[in-house]
Ligand binder design. Structure first.
Ligand code: FAD
Length: 277
């Protein structure tokens, strides 16, 4: 049975909070190893993540894991957040560079995720289990795949314990990436990030921005379904469940679901995999 984890974003309104509570209740049946909560650089969004992490742990009983990005933040701000997460009982963090929101001038004290990991280790030793991002289809800003791989290895050398990938729909991209990092001497688990498909138009837009490829055959089938939302959902769930099966059969040690705070698309995939526990 692969390890399962769910990713949520921090709700900002009462309506969004109620939706996250409903989603969390529905996904509990899958007994995730942990749930994680994303983090947006800058200003008031900082506290939404910590509030959500606290709520998911105290109200829902999950091991609750904050994402933490360094872009746009000072060492002192990051130090404060780490203290807060430690006080909340968090033992695991997802450490990222993040992306600077447009118009934000200060780029931050730490430039890359590898520097953030080194900072966490220097402040807290081995206290936190650190997950990092990995890009089987190459990070969109990387000069080339090999340089990106070198930068990924730098995060592991700085102290990362595990990695979660950007989502992808071509399992060979994952298997090739894992092969390459193993050849480079990296031994940490690489957990595939899984994006269930619900709104295809939104997914296509988002995928262009983050450099995730949607295979042509999937795009063409989706196009053919047009406004038939049920057909889109069923086909999307079949495709993603098939992807998960291939990944697990090929040795993926877990599955990390990008839920977008919705239960149904993730449930549709998991119900096809028969992994209720
Ligand atoms: P890095 O590993 O620092 O790499 C960023 C880029 O810089 C890459 O192109 C890399 O090749 C290059 N690079 C690295 N080191 C060097 C160096 N020394 N010299 C030159 N170039 C270098 N974003 C958020 O804002 N909030 C979130 O909560 C969040 N959660 C995420 C969760 C997961 C699992 C993943 C995969 C991504 C997440 N992201 C999140 C998105 C992420 O922040 C972006 O993809 C961001 O652009 C890169 O972050 P990173 O930690 O992978 O960066």
């Amino acid at each position: 049975m692969p390890a399962i984890s769910f990713e949520f974003y921090p709700p900002k309104t009462d309506e969004q909070r109620a939706q996250l509570d409903r989603t969390a209740e529905k996904l509990k049946v899958y007994a995730p190893d942990y749930v994680s909560c994303t983090f947006g650089a800058g200003g008031s969004t900082l506290s939404y993540t910590s509030e959500t992490v606290r709520h998911l742990h105290q109200h829902h009983g999950f091991e609750s894991v904050p994402h933490l990005s360094c872009v746009g933040g000072s060492r002192e701000e990051i130090r404060e957040l780490l203290r807060l997460y430690r006080a909340l009982g968090c033992r695991r963090v997802v450490a990222l560079r993040g992306d600077l929101p447009s118009g934000m001038g200060f780029t931050g004290d730490l430039r890359y995720a590898s520097e953030l990991i080194a900072f966490i280790r220097s402040e807290h030793g081995d206290y936190f289990h650190i997950e990092v991002g990995a890009y089987p289809e190459t990070h969109p800003q990387a000069d080339d795949a090999l340089t990106d791989l070198k930068h990924f290895k730098a995060k592991v050398d700085a102290g990362a314990d595990g990695a979660i990938t950007q989502y992808f729909y071509n399992p060979d991209a994952y298997f090739h990436f894992v092969d390459q990092v193993r050849k480079a001497g990296v031994e940490i688990p690489i957990i595939p990030g899984i994006m269930p498909i619900s709104n295809f138009t939104q997914l296509r837009r988002f995928s262009e921005a983050c450099g995730a490829e949607i295979p042509r055959w999937i795009g063409k089938r989706m196009q053919a379904f047009g406004d038939d939302a049920e057909a889109v959902r069923d086909f999307g769930a079949d495709v993603v469940a098939g992807l998960c099966e291939r990944l697990v059969a090929g040795g993926a040690p877990g599955l990390h679901f990008y839920t977008l705070n919705l239960a149904k698309p993730t449930q549709a995939v998991l119900s096809r995999l028969n992994v209720a526990r």
